[in-house]
Design a protein. Structure first.
Length: 173
């Protein structure tokens, strides 16, 4: 990844917080658990695999346990570059809250970064699949997320993210 690369989310975020890490942290279970739809996901997986094979993808990270918020942080930390992301651009169904968009564990989703010079060919390969360009990679080592109301809801430095990630969890050391 390099500064000014584009950040995409492939796949649809749904109201699927049931049994999520987020709900567990809040002491809830929920009832809308993530649904795995292999036939629906296969086209996205094939398009992504083709884009990777063609050298269009700078980086790719799955979104799973913990949801988009966690994996945006991991993507930023792994590359040592910042990310600026707008939640209003996410492909979503029945997901109309910031926390739901950030922590839903909907299956079949990926964070992908690409060089802007490859944007047209990358997007053409995705066609009518669920995807969106949601932001960009930044030189400043910060994760900045804009929420549904247009206001910044996350603005953290990579060192702060790494410190939180490396911190002992509960009674674990």
């Amino acid at each position: 990844k390099v500064a000014d690369d584009l950040v995409y989310v492939l796949g649809t975020t749904r109201n699927e917080l049931g049994a999520s890490e987020y709900y567990q942290m809040l002491g809830h279970v929920g009832c809308n658990v993530p649904q795995v739809m292999p036939e629906a996901f296969l086209s996205s997986y094939n398009a992504l695999a083709g884009a990777i094979a063609d050298g269009q993808v700078a980086s790719c990270h799955g979104i799973y346990r913990g949801g988009l918020g966690v994996h945006l942080a991991m993507t930023a930390m792994s590359g040592g570059m910042g990310l600026s992301v707008d939640l209003t651009k996410l492909p979503a169904e029945e997901a109309d809250r910031n926390d739901l968009l950030l922590y839903s564990e909907s299956a079949g989703r990926f964070i992908v970064t690409i060089n802007p010079a490859r944007q047209a060919i990358f997007e053409a390969g995705l066609g009518d699949l669920p995807w969106a360009c949601v932001g960009s990679v930044t030189a400043e080592p910060r994760l900045i997320v804009t929420g549904l109301n247009g206001k910044t809801i996350i603005d953290l430095t990579l060192p702060a993210l790494k410190q939180a990630w490396q911190k002992p969890f509960g009674d674990l050391t």
